[in-house]
Design a protein around this ligand. Structure first.
Ligand code: PLP
Length: 364
């Protein structure tokens, strides 16, 4: 049976990449050691992390005045590092269109009890179950604020923001965890971008931070590990970085570049997601909860059947048929197909065939 992994993260990785890692597993580049056994200060690892950075710079066309950092602690640690490094004494705006954005805002509120800054919830679609991206107006934004935080792709709710709002000159900080390298965002439109690797880049344990140099703090913050300036000045080697994860990210970047980069990925992601959305739209049985079509995510597609009982049945039968991890997030239920870069188009075709058969067998 063919297995298709629809997991939202940690997610499917390209088979070619896993095979390359397997082939090099015991003896990396004639070192007679595994990448995992290399010193993070060795020449071999230095080459790996430099290659990973160069490839990412090329893939995203990252301008020279941005630093690329490979950190740990997941995207969730960024929820605190961002205000800690950037917001002291200032206003910090949050556009909340999903559960992860809400978490980022909540963490900022918590931190504001000990660090002097003012987190402001600029807009939220929570009352509508995060079924759309709320509008904001530049005139509500003070131009001397530290940043406006937003999430480019709402992994749980299946919405995405493709056109960035006017922020009255305030830098945008984006949580791009679930659509980095999946859509051609211009890095120069952001003050900072961050992403946990486990969705579109590699294994869990690496967090990518891309930050404009002028935003790096000049005064040290509370802890060295949480200080972007220190992490940047030590080229992500202040302490032992997640070496194997960075190596895997490098392999994924190579794979992506060979395929044609972000332009080609965007095209494939549009094709894959359109197949599923078109099928859902023509069906009276399945529904996608996103209100506006232009807010639909290319990466995570939630859907439901006419009832919770049928959703449970779908999830059970899909799992047995080889469609793994398609259950929706526990907070929203239903199903969710995550179609990241490494997810094959055949898997979407196979899912649609399964959905057709399920509808036929279960429609009223
Ligand atoms: C998965 C996810 C997170 C959480 O990432 P961790 O690396 O587990 O902290 C944050 N934001 C978004 C948009 C996500 O998809």
């Amino acid at each position: 049976m063919t297995i298709y992994n629809f997991s939202a993260g940690p997610a499917v990785l390209p088979k070619e990449v896993l095979k390359k890692a397997q082939a090099e597993f015991l003896n990396y580049a004639d070192t007679q050691m595994s990448v995992m056994e290399l010193s993070h200060r060795s020449i071999a690892f230095d080459q790996i992390i430099k290659d990973a950075e160069h490839l990412l710079r090329e893939l995203m066309a990252i301008p020279d005045n941005y630093k690329v950092l490979f950190l740990q602690g997941g995207a969730s640690t960024q929820f605190s590092m961002i205000p800690l490094n950037l917001a002291k004494g200032k206003k910090a705006y949050y556009l909340v269109a999903g559960s992860w954005g809400k978490k980022a805002y909540s963490e900022a509120v918590k931190l504001s009890k000990t660090i002097p800054f003012e987190p402001i919830l600029l807009a939220s679609s929570e009352e509508d179950g995060f079924n759309h991206i709320p509008e904001i107006s530049a005139k509500d934004i003070a131009s001397d604020a530290a940043y406006l935080h937003l999430t480019t792709n709402n992994t749980i709710e299946g919405t995405a923001l493709y056109e960035l709002p006017d922020t009255n000159g305030v830098p945008i900080i984006a949580d791009m965890s679930s659509n980095i390298l999946a859509f051609p965002y211009q890095v120069s439109d952001f003050g900072m971008i961050y992403a946990g690797a486990q969705k579109n880049i590699g294994p869990a344990g690496v967090t990518i931070v891309i930050i404009r140099e002028d935003l790096l703090n000049t005064e040290p913050v509370l802890s060295s590990m949480l200080d972007y300036r220190i992490q940047a000045d030590s080229q992500s080697l202040y302490n032992t970085p997640p070496t194997f994860g960075i190596y895997m990210a490098k392999l994924v970047f190579e794979w992506l570049k060979d395929l044609g980069g972000v332009t080609e990925m965007t095209k494939q992601n549009q094709e894959k997601s359109a197949l599923l959305y078109d099928f859902i739209d023509q069906s009276d049985f399945y529904q996608n909860p996103v209100l506006n079509k232009e807010n639909r995510s290319l990466s995570n597609i939630p859907f439901t059947t006419p009832s919770k009982v049928l959703d449970d049945k779908f999830n059970q039968e899909a799992d047995l048929a080889g469609f793994k991890n398609i259950k929706g997030h526990r907070s929203v239920g239903g199903m969710r197909a995550s179609l990241y870069n490494a997810f094959p188009k055949e898997g979407v075709h196979a899912l649609i065939e399964f959905m057709k058969a399920f509808e036929e067998a279960n429609k009223a």
